[in-house]
Design a protein around this ligand. Sequence first.
Ligand code: ATP
Length: 810
Amino acid sequence: MKIAVLTSGGDSAGMNAVVRAVVKVAILKGCEAWVVREGYEGLVRGNTEASSEQFIDDEPVNLPDNASTDGSSFNLIHNLRFGDGDLLKDGTGDHPGTRSLKGRYIVRVGFDDVRGWFAEGGTFIGTARSKTFRTPEGRLQAAYNMVKEGIDALVVCGGDGSLTGADVFRAEWPKLIESLQSEGRITMEKAQLHAHLRIVGLVGSIDNDMSMTDLTIGAPTALHRICEAIDNINSTASSHSRAFVLEVMGRHCGWLALLAGVSGGADFIFIPERPPTAESWEDQMCECIHRHREVGKRKTIVIVAEGAIDRNLNPIKADHVKDVLTERLGLDTRVTTLGHTQRGGRPCAYDRILPTLQGMEAVETLLEATPTSPSYMIGIRENKITRVPLMEAVEMTRAVSAAIEAKDFEKAMSYRDPEFKESFEGFLKISTLDQEKVPEEQRMRVAVMHMGAPAGGMNAATRAAVRYCIRHGHTPIAVHNGFRGLLDDEIHELSWLGVDSWTARGGSELGTNRTLPSVDLGAIASKFQEHQIQGLLMIGGFEAFNSLLILEEGRKHYPAFHIPMAHLPATISNNVPMTEWSLGSDTSLNALVDACDAIKQSASASRNRVFVVETQGGKCGYIATVGALATGASLVYTPEQGIDLDTLRRDVRFLKTRYTLDAKGRSEGRLVIKNEVASQVYTTDVMQKMLKEEGGTLFDARSASLGHTLQGGVPSPMDRARAVRLSLKCMAFLEREHAKLLQQSSKSRHATPDSAAIITIQSSSLKWVPVQEMVAHADMQNRRGRNPWWSGIKELAETLAGRPQLIGLH
Ligand code: ATP
């Protein structure tokens, strides 16, 4: 099959990663890969006759003499290069050594042409809004150009307009082919061969405005850009006690404004789906911000989505918000419009991982498509890549706009994914001083504790928990330095204002400690009693899970532990069993991506160089494995698989073949990612020396240990937003379980095993897992889960580097 990919509509970070993934996976699956430049416009323009024989690279790949090229190895080798690596990056063809692309919009590409593409934003193959493609004549010409090149499978990455265009094209295709044949433009054989169009959509949109998927490609990076801006503004706002009004993108969707509000700690937000409830939004906003100032806040952040409206559908504009704040509250207010800065910049880790996994799914969807199967859009729900009928998603997206126009805001919210609504409700809970106190007898003293190593999002989670407590009438108590601190009475009550700036802070404001409660269970129980702790939230990694287990088992002997206890996983190693994500893992992946981008640049700049990058992670290979996918590493070593001589021998062979096959005159940097304890014998130092020795004249080798830099400085927006959402769920859980306990007589309260649980993300849903149930899924000795979801990612990352195909060729 010949598979073509195009990017259309507004550009977004991650589109290059889509093209890279589709091209690589298509070739690995035995297909030819093509790209269409300039979106649908490129399909309509096609290739001029004069240029069409220029597809195939004139520099043949040098195969090793003993190479047996069958199956996917054959396809990979023969599809290695059709440009010189910069063929499409440059676009104009003016680049020295680059053959002209003039007159060529549908271009065959090789495996190596898309190397390293996902480290840069935008789309190298260009995007456009094509008027001609909207016309039947334009689409007829597009069909002709595709058939001419023998292509009838198309991956479209764009917004709802682009995906609608794709669906229209597919529905019309049989008629278009019939017309082309009857006009004598194509032969009957060609018409029969290309009777059906296979099409699949990927959503590239920075607004996250598509229904039936949690995230669109480019939205996480845009959120990064906004949060960076808010973090920068926060310090100046606080210094001058100023108010800032930030206008962010989102004409029909408030996701960016909402998530920026949650993860940036804003005071007030305006989004199209849910205008302020009061008739006068000015009054509502001023009252909210006035109260914040009254309790002592020195800064005010208001976020306005581009398409924000009031209940009567009148637009709400940043300048007007500024005037209201200045005139009514006397605040020194400034407006910052982020504009196109939100589109640009390097894609964050998630915008490399998501398009890679979705690009792979897109190719598989095309390979499985039949003439009668619907056109699919590839989405994601929590951590599961999904296929949903494309037009259903587009129609639901349009229904949101229709609901807004009809002032049915409830309906508009219900058409967004469940996370959107939860995030909005969560934002209100943590950003306002409104009260929803539970009855006096149900109020609790809730202890919050950080366990293990610091992880991004711990502080944001604590802030959300504290504010939930205060809103509901509970008392939030900080336990500093874990169980060791509890024994030393390092305890104090937290306030609404005291945690205000914690959202963006890395590390752990409470201090972490690895001491388990088993150090002196009786003394811990007596501290629980002394401080009247009625609910416990532990935020941390494997230690927190282990501690919860010890406390639950301790209930047999100590009544003080008959209270609800929740564990919110937070660890960069992501080694808590059964949960697919922990707080901190996204921050850590971003730190890894940043470091590896710099390393790779240096590795390519000097000469052919392999960098062995050592990561943290203890005996869990998560960071190394998913990090390898996010950085495009060629090899990964994990503690789960270990390292042996046979593997090393094969890996050296692969690297030698790989460097032999590289285009002449280009220096290439490659990454090998290795977990710190993947092997006791083959340490990072040994591996680097071995690779240097074996590389000979082909490649050099260096190493870099990332160590604690992987804990990241500032937590990523995804970790902050997730922290808020999960923390609020933990608090609701403690409240629920506490209410259940209150139904028993106060003398003999027995908490059920279910009331000591861990909140987990499993595939497409959030699940509470009682700690006792989790034991069966834990490898206690190696401090990690059994059967992690990412175990197949090592193979995928190495496959995308061509390792399995090239290994036997040298
Ligand atoms: P963004 O979210 O960035 O606006 P989009 O994909 O929604 O992206 P549009 O301008 O709506 O952007 O669509 C991109 C292109 O898709 C259009 O220029 C047009 O070529 C094609 N297209 C959109 N709608 C249709 C349609 N109904 N029929 C045919 N082609 C369409």
